[in-house]
Design a protein around this ligand. Structure first.
Ligand code: FE2
Ligand code: FE2
Length: 238
């Protein structure tokens, strides 16, 4: 396995495969970062139940835009222009979870609880990796993702502890986002995933990361008294 630390200046000397994998990863990561605000700002900024929560939505969107900017900055260092992602419609997003619109507060909460948590997994994947400029941006992004996840968990738990109607609505949101979250880890049999590990750009295979995620969220869903959806249902990638 490759363990050298690669700086921006070293990159042109690196194997073509390394450079291509890095470009691919940066494009997807930037697309995911900018995808979030496009999902919920339009409807949820207005819908947030309290002024404080409205501020939280605005701050979260601001942080995601900043994550996008950081990833784009790393990409710019290798002459990869990702500004086209700003003009993409939601339906053109790389990952299915970002194709749509979030218009209810329970969906906003569950999105933070389940999908922002994927952002944590992504950062853990790249942190300490061989490409130093990517490693450098991970701790700051990770810290902010933890805030998004916890706020999402609190909103989800409050719905779960609410009226029958609130409980039914939040269960529906969990049923919707859970398979999308599991799919975000990609195919289990992925040659690219193995190459990422070989080059020290990622740590875990898609399947390992998915299993760890599953083991982390199942008890959290159960402790809210909600049903854990069948992990094989409504899935596209296994
Ligand atoms: Fe993010
Ligand atoms: Fe986030």
């Amino acid at each position: 396995m490759f363990t050298d630390r690669i700086t921006k200046a070293d990159l042109p000397k690196m194997d073509h495969e390394y450079q291509e994998l890095l470009r691919h990863l940066l494009a997807i990561q930037a697309d995911c970062e900018i995808g979030g605000p496009h999902l919920y700002v339009k409807d949820c900024l207005e819908q947030a139940p309290t002024p404080i929560e409205r501020l939280i939505v605005a701050r979260t969107a601001n942080e995601e835009i900043d994550h996008y900017r950081k990833v784009v900055g790393v990409a710019a260092g290798i002459d990869l222009d990702l500004s086209y992602l700003l003009k993409r419609s939601n339906m053109e997003r790389y990952v299915e979870a970002f194709r749509g619109q979030i218009s209810t507060w329970e969906d906003y909460g569950v999105f933070g609880f389940l999908i922002d948590r994927i952002g944590k997994y992504q950062m853990e994947e790249y942190a300490g990796g061989t490409y130093q400029p990517l490693d450098d941006i991970c701790p700051g992004i990770l810290q902010e993702e933890l805030g998004h996840i916890e706020h999402g968990r609190e909103v989800t738990a409050a719905f779960a502890a609410g009226t029958d109607d609130e409980r039914r609505r939040v269960q529906k949101a969990v049923d919707y986002w859970f398979p999308k979250a599991l799919d975000m880890f990609g195919k289990s049999e992925s040659r690219r995933s193995e190459r990422y590990i070989q080059w020290g750009i990622k740590r875990r295979t898609n399947e390992q990361a998915r299993q760890e995620y599953f083991a982390e969220v199942v008890p959290l869903i159960e402790e809210m008294g909600l049903q854990v959806p069948d992990p094989t249902e409504n899935r596209h990638y296994f």
